[in-house]
Ligand binder design. Structure first.
Ligand SMILES: Cc1ncc(COP(=O)(O)O)c(C=O)c1O
Length: 378
């Protein structure tokens, strides 16, 4: 099903054509309202009860579980992808002979921690190069062997949407008992993810892009076999009995059930969580399959029109449907992004790629304006 433009749910002026969801999505109008209401509760702290520390937390956990397709006991609330990756690293015993695979030019939040872990355990990080045919899955499969301990990858590359077939990678890893850690920031909430088939070890996604949430919120999936792991910080709220504020100093060694042990400190953010809940609920109401189909149709319209202008894009079967990366050739203006921004058309440039990432707030007028503007730069 293709959704009509949902622009009225956002505060986007008619003369703004925003194609930069992979950078940062706008908040829904209702998320702003609920976020402000949440923030305002702090002007009357006498009304905030111990229950309030847990209600929105569990509501968001439940919505996140529906989006990921798992039980809410497998969801932790974290502030960022790098935090989630640090949690995964903290729970994987890495030996000197082990290899960790990442992709070339992968987003740093899923890179630095692995280099650090490899340095301290004398293991090796191997980078899968970007192949000419754009097929990340084959390149990865060629580099997976018995020394591979962890494959830490996204579902699609953040610079141009280059797609990875996670099911194929996961089944190769199962044969050698290696870990699959996924940074789903550029895909969760817009692209279907079959957790039951893939069975990853950890999945983390920052919410401020395709999950339409506020900055400093992220959700993390932890597989059932890792639920007895060690969190990277030891707060009070994820210990058993934390709901009873009168006995917090009866220190408990037991954690709350499931992945709650991995929740960040002060996860009960009264302003951010209500806004995030609105966003996650709206995504579920639209449906992830519908969002993917709708946005894929937009990128393929743009791909057709821009290819007629001479722009080159990755083959549609090698890229995620919600991304369009157009390759810049040397003669093209380097300041094309700034030039478009002057016309209130917003895209981004990552490496030599113009990254175009629409969402359901875009409409056909935005698409026409973008293609007409790009025509002037070839
Ligand atoms: C693939 C990917 N992962 C993660 C992030 C954000 O990471 P963090 O939440 O650690 O700031 C980004 C931001 O651009 C991203 O593109």
């Amino acid at each position: 099903m293709i959704l009509p433009s949902q622009r009225s749910l956002f505060d986007i002026p008619t003369d703004v054509a925003y194609f930069n969801c992979a950078y940062m999505s706008p908040l829904l109008n209702q998320a702003i309202k609920d976020g402000i209401r949440g923030l305002t509760t702090k002007s009357h702290p006498w009304k905030i009860t111990s229950t309030d520390f847990f209600t929105d937390v569990e509501r968001v956990r439940n919505l996140a579980a529906l989006i990921i397709g798992c039980h809410d006991n497998n969801i932790a609330l974290v502030p960022s992808t790098s935090y989630g990756i640090a949690t995964a690293i903290n729970n994987i015993a890495i030996k000197p002979s082990d290899e960790i695979l990442i992709l070339e030019h992968q987003f740093p939040s899923n890179v630095h921690g692995w280099h650090e872990a490899a340095r301290s355990s004398k293991a090796t990080v191997r980078t899968v190069p970007h192949s000419k045919d754009g097929n990340w899955t084959n390149s990865l499969l060629r580099m997976i062997h018995e020394k591979t301990k962890v494959v830490a990858i996204p579902h699609c590359h953040w610079s141009d949407g280059g797609l990875i077939n996670l099911s194929l990678i996961a089944s190769a890893l199962r044969e050698i008992d290696a870990y699959l850690v996924i940074d789903a920031t550029q895909s969760l909430g817009v692209m279907p993810l079959d957790i039951a088939a893939i069975k990853p070890d950890y999945v983390v996604a920052s919410c401020y892009k395709w999950l339409l949430g506020p900055y400093s919120t992220a959700i993390m999936y932890v597989a059932p076999q890792h639920l007895d792991g060690t969190p990277i910080e030891h707060g009070w709220a994820n210990r058993l009995g934390a709901e009873d504020f009168t006995s917090l100093a009866n220190y408990k060694s037991e954690f709350q059930i499931g992945a709650r042990r991995f929740d960040m400190g002060e996860r009960s953010n009264f302003a951010l969580l209500p806004a995030l809940a609105v966003a996650l609920q709206q995504i579920l109401d639209w449906g992830i399959d519908t969002l993917y189909e709708t946005i894929s149709q937009m990128t393929s319209t743009i791909a057709t029109q821009t290819s007629a202008l001479g722009f080159r894009a990755i083959e549609s079967n090698q890229r995620a449907g919600h991304f369009l990366g157009l390759t810049l050739h040397d003669k093209m203006l380097t300041d094309i992004v700034d030039e478009l921004a002057k016309q209130k058309i917003f895209i981004s440039k990552r490496g030599k790629t113009l990254r175009i990432t629409p969402h359901v707030y875009n409409n056909s007028s935005d698409i026409n304006r973008l293609c007409e503007a790009l025509a002037l730069y070839v």
